[in-house]
Design a binder for this molecule. Structure first.
Ligand SMILES: Cc1ncc(COP(=O)(O)O)c(C=O)c1O
Ligand SMILES: N[C@@H](CCOP(=O)(O)O)C(=O)O
Length: 462
C-alpha cells in the first residue's frame, strides 16, 4: 500500500513513512494511492465481532507491511483497553429512525481518542524499531490537544507541544492540557484562533530546516493514521443497524473535515452509506461552500461548540483531491489561492461531485442550545454542544434511511453551555473529579512563527 500527496509533488510513501512524515513536503496531505474494497460478505462478517476485531479487518489493508498481523492486533487491543464502555462506540436511539453514536468513552472524553490512542501505539512501535526521537507539534481547538497529550505523555523519545487558542477553549479542555505533570508535555496558549495555530503548524512543516532539526511529527488529522482509525466506527455502527443489507446515513459535526472524510472513505470502501451530512456551527464556511461553490474565509466567531470554531478546514483538501479526479496540481493551485487571497472557487464538475457525496447544514447558537434542551424531553440524552449541532442538522435531513449522528464529545467537557441550555451541570467521571484542583502549567505565546520555533527548539529534550 502506497500513499500519495494531494498536491502531487511529494515522494510516494509507505504507511509507516506517511504516518511518521505528517504533512507532505509539497504542503499536501497523504492519501492512499488506491482505496481498498470490502465486499458485502466481508462487511456482513463484521457483525458480532468485537470493536477491536472489526478495527483489524477494516484497517489491515491500509497498513501494508508496516506491522505483522499479530503486532497490529496487539496495538489495536492496547489502544482501546482503556475505554470506559465495552462496546467502545455504543449506539443509542434518539427517535424511531435516528441514532446517536457515542464516541466519547475514551480517556479524554472525545472522539479523538479513537485515533489518537491507536496512533500512540503505532508511533511507539515504529520509534522503538528506528531508535529515533521526535517532536510532536499539534494544533487544537480543544480536543485533539488533550487526546495527544494522553497518548504521548511520559514517553522518553517524544516531546509533545500543543498549540491552543488562548481563551477560546472550554475550561475543562484547557485544564486537560495544562495539568499533566509529565516533563515531555508542553501546553502553549497562542494569541490567536485555531486557524492561526494550524497555520503555524503547517508553516513549521514547510520550514524544512526546522522540521529536520527537531524531527517534527504531526498527530493532527494531517496524519493519515488519524483518519484511518476513524473509518472503523462507520462500519461497526452501520453493521449494527443492518448494513450491508440496509443503507444508513450519517451526520457529522464538522470542523477540520477529518471525521466526515473518514466516513467518505468508508463509503468508497464499499459500506452502503446513503447520505453523509456535514453539520457546522455558526462558523459555517463548509456549509456555505457546499451551497455556493466558493470557499470564502471569514473571521472565526467564538461559539459554544469551540472545537468546531474553524474556517480553514484542513481535510477539505483531501475531498477536493477526489473531486478534481486526483489532480494534485489543481488542488495545489486552489490551496495557494486560499492562503494568498482567503478564497477560491471550485469548478462546476468538482462541486457537483462534492454535492453528490455530501449534504450540509448549520446550527446557530440558539438552535444548538434549544436542541440540547429538546433532546432531554425527546430521548433523555444530554448532548454536548457539538453533538447537538449534529442532531439538529440530522433531524433536518432525516429521510427513510436510518440516520446516525456522531456524538463527538462528552457533555461534561462543556458544562457551562450544557447548564445554560438545560439547567443540568454534567459531572466529570470520577477519575477526573480533581481536575480543577490540579496545578496548571502553560506558556502564553505570540502568534509568531519564529517565537514558536525558538521556544520549541529550547524546550525539547535533546
Ligand atoms: C467535539 C468535536 N466535535 C467535532 C469536531 C469536528 O471534527 P473534524 O475536525 O474532524 O471535522 C471536533 C474537532 O475536530 C471536536 O473536537
Ligand atoms: N477540533 C479539533 C481541531 C483539530 O482537528 P484535527 O482532527 O485535525 O486534529 C480539536 O479539537 O483540536
Amino acid at each position: 500500500m502506497k500513499y500519495v500527496s494531494t498536491r502531487g509533488a511529494a515522494p510516494v510513501l509507505t504507511f509507516e513513512e506517511a504516518m511518521m512524515t505528517g504533512l507532505a513536503r509539497d504542503g499536501g496531505l497523504y492519501v492512499p494511492e488506491v482505496i481498498p474494497q470490502m465486499t458485502a460478505d466481508q462487511i456482513a462478517a463484521l457483525a458480532g465481532k468485537t470493536y477491536e476485531e472489526a478495527a483489524f479487518d477494516v484497517m489491515r489493508p491500509f497498513v501494508g507491511d508496516t506491522f505483522s498481523d499479530e503486532e497490529f492486533r496487539r496495538l489495536i487491543d492496547a489502544a482501546y483497553a482503556g475505554f470506559g464502555h465495552a462496546a467502545r462506540a455504543p449506539l443509542k436511539q434518539l427517535a424511531p429512525n435516528h441514532f446517536l453514536l457515542e464516541l466519547f468513552h475514551g480517556p479524554t472524553l472525545a472522539f479523538k481518542d479513537f485515533a489518537m490512542q491507536l496512533i500512540g501505539q503505532m508511533f511507539q512501535a515504529a520509534l522503538t524499531r528506528s531508535g529515533k526521537r521526535i517532536t510532536i507539534v499539534g494544533a487544537t481547538s480543544g480536543d485533539t490537544g488533550s487526546a495527544a497529550i494522553e497518548a504521548f505523555k511520559g514517553l522518553d523519545n517524544v516531546d509533545v507541544f500543543i498549540l491552543f487558542p488562548h481563551g477560546r477553549v472550554s475550561e475543562v479542555q484547557r485544564r486537560q492540557m495544562t495539568t499533566p505533570a509529565e516533563a515531555n508535555v508542553h501546553a502553549l496558549a497562542v494569541d490567536g484562533d485555531f486557524d492561526d495555530c494550524q497555520a503555524a503548524l503547517k508553516d513549521m512543516f514547510n520550514d524544512f530546516d526546522f522540521r529536520d532539526e527537531v524531527g517534527l511529527a504531526g498527530v493532527n488529522s494531517i496524519n493519515w493514521g488519524r483518519v484511518l482509525a476513524q473509518v472503523v466506527y462507520y462500519f461497526t455502527s452501520a453493521v449494527s443497524l443492518g448494513a450491508p443489507h440496509r443503507k444508513v446515513s450519517f451526520t457529522v459535526p464538522t470542523g477540520n473535515f477529518g471525521d466526515i472524510f473518514a466516513g467518505y472513505i468508508a463509503k468508497r470502501m464499499g459500506l452502503p452509506i446513503d447520505r453523509l451530512v456535514i453539520a457546522t456551527n455558526q462558523n459555517d464556511i463548509l456549509h456555505r461552500t457546499m451551497e455556493t461553490g466558493a470557499q470564502i474565509k471569514e473571521g472565526v466567531t467564538p461559539s459554544i461548540s469551540p472545537s468546531m470554531d474553524i474556517q480553514v478546514s484542513s481535510n477539505f483538501e483531501r475531498a477536493l483531491f477526489e473531486a478534481y479526479g486526483r489532480d494534485g496540481a489543481v488542488v495545489a493551485a486552489q490551496m495557494d489561492e486560499l492562503k494568498d487571497k482567503g478564497a477560491f472557487t471550485i469548478s462546476q464538475g468538482a462541486i457537483d461531485f462534492l454535492r453528490d457525496q455530501f449534504d450540509s447544514g448549520r446550527a446557530s447558537e440558539d438552535e444548538t442550545l434549544a436542541q440540547i434542551k429538546a433532546e432531554i424531553s425527546r430521548s433523555g440524552e444530554l448532548l454536548c454542544p457539538h453533538s447537538a449541532v449534529g442532531v439538529k442538522v440530522a433531524d433536518e435531513h432525516q429521510g427513510a434511511t436510518p440516520m446516525i449522528t456522531l456524538a463527538t464529545a462528552h457533555p461534561a467537557k462543556f458544562p457551562d453551555a450544557v447548564e445554560q441550555a438545560s439547567g443540568i451541570r454534567p459531572a466529570l467521571p470520577d477519575r477526573m473529579a480533581d481536575l480543577f484542583d490540579r496545578p496548571e502549567r502553560v506558556t502564553r505565546v505570540a502568534n509568531d512563527l519564529d517565537a514558536l520555533e525558538t521556544l520549541i527548539r529550547e524546550r525539547r529534550a535533546k
